[in-house]
Design a protein around this ligand. Sequence first.
Ligand code: GLN
Length: 456
Amino acid sequence: MKTANKTVTATQLVKDALTKAKHFADYNIFTYLNEEGALKRAAEIDAKIARGEEVGKLAGVPFAMKDNFLSPEGETTASAHILEGFTSPITATAIEKLEKEGAIMIGRTNMDAFAHGSSTENSYFGPTLNSHDRERVSGGSSGGSAVAVALDIVEFATGTDTGGSIRQPASFNGVYGLKPTYGTISRYGVVAMASSTDCVGFFTKTPDDMNLLMEVASGQDPKDLTTLPDYYNESEAKKVKKIGIIKDFDNDSVDLEIRQALKDKCEALKASGHEIVELEMPALKYALAAYYIIVPAEIASNLSRYDGVRYGFRSEDSANLEALYPNTRSEGFMPENKRRIMIGNFVLSSGFYDAYFLKAAKARTLIVNEYLEAFSKCDAILTPVAPNPAFKLGEKVDDPVSMYLEDVMSVPLNLAGVPGLTIPAGKTKAGLPIGLQLVGPRRSDKSLIEFSKELA
Ligand code: GLN
């Protein structure tokens, strides 16, 4: 990562990033550019460098921030109409930690509204275009962040991953994307989607940059009681020798070129002395169904706070409370947000709770146990991230089930809380990036990042 020093100033780094951001404006990457704020911070860092003061590990490094991280710069909208006009008085802990080391936020990136989606087409601001093919989706929900890194506007970007929202757009754009172990990075000040699976993570161009960001951002936060003690900085990377392959993922619903890329990697690993282990993980077939019950249930609860009183948008037709709530929510949420609220409230309602939510919770336990067993046989698992490379804009957006099927290989990790790292693995004949996903046991994030260097 290029940091500022006496010859390359933070101001220059920030100016370059802003120029590139404007150059690629038609990709619809940013919902807000933090020009004035970023240049002010850069000037402060340059002044410190001139005085010979300590400036931190990320001095002057411009970064892009997904629009669901709270900070006073610009409006935090989570790319949803219902949050338009909301400016946060607080800054997310993860962002505070990056800024303490000198990183500079140059803009907020586009996303599926409230992170519901796999293409960034559910954004109130319209889709972000894919970095390699402008007729295709950027992936989602963190599409803007992935494209900002892929087009080299910034060295890194923040994202959130509830069911694949970092890993899938990373794979669609040919960059690294990490969903850490659940609880590694504080979620304080991040717009909640599903509290039992939400994770903060990053997009980078190299494994070393990922490691550096993890060193900075990991650790316990008294403001987020789900955070783990700082295992990341207190542990060494372990050698990955045995790699598991999931037999069921090698089927006709997965793109042939992706399956070939996985086979090629396995051959290369064998040639370099690694052992490949075939795994049976039969409970994973329940993961998508369980995810689309548990996550909407948590979404319905988390989104109940948007009532037109406390945050952002309020319907003009709000003469009394009976009008204010439904009108604000009807006009402010995107169709996909509403679908999830409906499903969530349905599966939690009395009479259906046992049949849906409780069943899904039990399936989740099976999945957790299946990963535990798998990691008694191998050190890491290598799988595709999604069944296909980036698809065409408009191809799936009107068919929710086909959009949900995008997540079939990414959501099991979130249900189990285990880490997953997207690594670039070449391109299709048509020139679209292919990504593969390295999965490890809880708290193995550092080992995965280290091992990904061997796969580069
Ligand atoms: N695509 C998945 C969903 O729509 C994951 C989203 C996410 O990780 N935020 O739920």
